[in-house]
Design a protein around this ligand. Sequence first.
Ligand SMILES: [Zn+2]
Length: 152
Amino acid sequence: MATTKINFYERYAVEHMEIDMDDKGLFCKVCSERHENVSYTVRVDESQLVPVATSCNCASIKPCKHMHMVTEFYARIYRSNVEKAQAKAAQVEVVETPVEQVPPIAMELTAELRGRGKKLVATDLSTKGSLNGAQQTAGLLMALPSRKAKAS
Ligand SMILES: [Zn+2]
């Protein structure tokens, strides 16, 4: 769907596009690529957040390039509006955040508890260190019988 390729005609046609309204609503007049002084009427549905092309009076299979051009044109000019709407939504979230940050007091308490926990872990490590020493001694003892076995 993302047609990033814009050829010279499309750029020219969009730049010279006539936007107008009649009793049926919004429409764009897009000049023809092949025929000079010929333009096609692309009907636009602007009831949605971003207007979209709904029809074109050219002979091509729909949706035609004129409809794509008009839809992309509106998607481009309305992008800032959509971004502004998203930015406003983000600002609302920022305002709401301080309310969510009330629990920090509880978080600090848990941090202190974690600090105590670390001390306990440190004691555990020293215990484990002695255990490892015992295991190493056991390993040496286990190695001795094997030597004896080889000797005998
Ligand atoms: Zn068309």
